[in-house]
Design a protein around this ligand. Structure first.
Ligand code: PEP
Length: 252
């Protein structure tokens, strides 16, 4: 299991024709993606089924979801079932993005259920954490992020936690063009890995992918990815262009 991961979070962007064109361009650029990097794209939910068909013979790109419910089936109108995602070949699932925590009141207990629900189907959660600007400025940001991790993840069994990707996404850096410095990001990534090592063990801590998100682009990815505990990126805006996404994947 490689620890180098570049995941594109397309959010609620692109109409269907635009999304298909982006997928087509990514596939045409296959040779430009390094073979030792796990490449993931997380398109809007309505596109996943058709994308899964197109990607059937493209095992170098994995499909990811942006959201899932924590129950497999039943009377939950409009929700996205982890079982259904699995049946489409989805391999990763973003959980706990700050946009969902803020806009849809997702709290730690719901997030831990969502993580569990994906793991039940061997879908690897990309669990997002990160602090708001006022938390960063008040200097309790380390405790804040550690609590997010601890509350939602530390009841997982070791073999479950080992499947995780954790995305550190300082909220003040998401979509703002203001990136965390490599030192700021490394500080938190190292802290997350150390906490996992003390709560579980070194082996598990080294298996978990810890990726950075927040205005990561072709210009700053190299410096970020050169840090010891930064295993790649969760990329929003820059994943919507083939050139920038390819360049980021080549930044290790
Ligand atoms: C994100 O929303 O996960 C993200 C990292 O967005 P952006 O790269 O646009 O800041």
């Amino acid at each position: 299991m490689t620890r180098k991961i570049v995941a594109g979070n397309w959010k609620m962007n692109l109409d269907y024709d635009e999304a298909k064109l982006l997928l087509k361009n990514l596939i045409a650029s296959k040779d430009q993606f390094p073979s030792d990097v796990e490449v993931v794209i997380c398109p809007s939910a309505p596109y996943i089924s058709a994308f899964a068909e197109v990607l059937r013979d493209q095992d170098w790109i994995s499909l990811g979801s942006q959201n899932n419910y924590f129950i497999d089936e039943g009377a939950f109108t409009g929700e996205i079932s982890p079982k259904q995602l699995k049946s489409l070949g989805v391999k990763f699932g973003i959980v706990g993005h700050s946009e969902r925590r803020d806009n849809f009141d997702e709290d730690y207990s719901m997030l831990s259920k969502k993580v569990k629900a994906l793991l039940k189907h061997n879908v690897r959660p990309i669990f997002c954490c990160g602090e708001q600007l006022q938390v960063r400025d008040s200097n309790v940001y380390k405790e804040f992020v550690m609590k997010q991790i601890q509350d939602s993840l530390f009841k997982l069994k070791p073999e479950e936690l080992a499947q995780l990707v954790i995305a550190y996404e300082p909220i003040w850096a998401i979509g703002t063009g203001k990136t965390a410095t490599a030192d700021q990001a490394q500080e938190i990534h190292h802290l997350i890995r150390s906490r996992i090592a003390s709560e579980y063990n070194d082996k598990i801590a080294n298996q978990v992918g810890i990726i950075y998100g927040g205005s990561c682009n072709a210009d700053n990815a190299k410096e970020l990815f050169s840090q010891k505990d930064i295993d790649g990126g969760l990329i929003g805006g820059a994943s919507l262009k083939t050139e920038s996404f390819t360049a980021i994947a080549n930044s290790f």
